[in-house]
Design a binder for this molecule. Sequence first.
Ligand code: ATP
Ligand code: MG
Length: 580
Amino acid sequence: MEMCKCENEPEARSLNFIEQIVEKDLAEGVNGGRIQTRFPPEPNGYLHIGHVKAICMDFGIAEKYNGVCNLRFDDTNPAKEDTEYVETIERDIRWLGFKWGQIFYASDYFEQLYDLAIRFIKEGKAYVDEQTAEQIAEQKGTPTEPGVASPYRDRPIEENLQLFEAMQRGEIEEGKMVLRAKIDMANPNMHFRDPIMYRIITSHPHHRTGRKWNVYPMYDFAHGQSDYFEGVTHSICTLEFEVHRPLYDYFIDQFSGANFCGLSPYGPDYRPKQREFNRLNITYTVMSKRKMLQLVKEGLVAGWDDPRMPTVCGLRRRGYTPQAIRTFMDKIGYTKVEGMIDQGLLEHTIREDLKETAPRVCAIFDPVKLVITNYEGEGETLVAENIDGHPELGTREMKFGRELWIERGDFLEEADNKFYRLSPGGREVRLKASYIIQATGCEKDAEGNITTVYATYDPDSKSGTEGGNRKTKATINWVECNSALDAEVRLYDRLFAVENPSAEEGDFRDLLNPNSLEVKTIKIEGSLRSELHEPVLVDGIEQENHYQLLKQGYFVVDPDTTADKLILNRTCSLKDNYLK
Ligand code: ATP
Ligand code: MG
């Protein structure tokens, strides 16, 4: 796979190739000018950022061309699916800001699909095969060599009917028989070599239909038909389905056009059309529900919403905003070429988003105490802008007093003249949004570690007053000791240590980055006390609060926060390596 660095400006972007197809179809009046799409997740895991690429396409096309996008759960495999996943998929799509028309389930069509299968059998287009999955696979042939016909291929229609009905009644053991379409064992497209239409699953009840069904349709027999029953016009999916498209069309041909038999209200000329675009792959992560499920089940991450996960709920907990995720999709665009997107682009996008909106606060990660020896009185309340130079974005109060926490690295007992921060010897340093100070000395413990730094301040140098304009070579962060809050920060890094874990040999779990999480306790300004509460819901959706901790990065309040303990997750650092 090639590595792409793509950056289209969304405003200036020309139509993507799917939009071009849609506009052509509209101009030609295809399907009466109707636009209907669907997003068809299988409820067997949580949505990941790859799905969001499809969501932005499916919902985006409907939005842009006055159509409708429905949500359809592709729930044809009860062994892997669950209502838990249905609920989280709905929640994640709502959080992203998309609205579906209706919710459908492939399982809504089990009756119709079964009837269709019976019709295929009666028309001599399907047969029951008793071979094992391995035998069937062995007979498939290769793209250049034809396959071998199953010994059951020419079974009489009546026998096929009886066996298929017995399969559905639960009289046949799982794995013992399948229903196959009788198409062409020599077709150069392997998907035409008598694809499986139905299999038996008796081991698991279905999350919606319970034990009603013992046979379940395969993807190829369910997906196109579901599109057809619903009236989908543009069935947009990822490139790996391109080779399935002729089969998608073949099945629909059997009951539309000249073969129309009333299965759609849109008449004989109506046709859903499948179109494919490139999947999203991102460096240093995996994009497969199966692998993610394994990480969750084995406790290798804290859950589906672990902030290191590429899931929608993980990104959200990491501090990604819906807007940033959608902007990212706009930047990468849609093509027919598979590639790998640099994780740096995703980080760049959220950084650019938060730069405009996240209030700045002071936090001290490696604190040492600073005492301002000439400061008298109880302390005072200063007012600082949430984002410097943007008074319209509000202000916050900062307590100031005689004792402050500063970063240990901002003080040197002996420094050369390239060090502009605190050191005894007359250099002036500004405390962020506050006064100018000069260090006078320090105190150490028996091991020689500095325990307290001493300084004096200039009462006429306060920011926001005339003296506040006086320039210093350095500004340092601080938080006032009495009002400071302890916070836990969770510093996340990439989940995998290698760029493309899916391309490596061996077990992908061995490729996890052992240093993907560091937890620290820090001092943060008391204004964050307002965050000590349960998450706030607006329209049933939790609201995330984002901050820039000055010099440290962008952080989001974690939902584990309680009235006693503030927890912040690092979304990304301040440094952007992507553009370099
Ligand atoms: P996974 O391989 O992670 O299990 P899937 O393709 O089986 O994913 P589905 O729930 O079947 O997951 O996918 C729903 C829709 O999302 C499909 O239309 C699929 O094409 C699309 N999709 C899934 N993964 C990606 C991806 N990485 N990039 C773009 N679209 C994707
Ligand atoms: Mg799938």
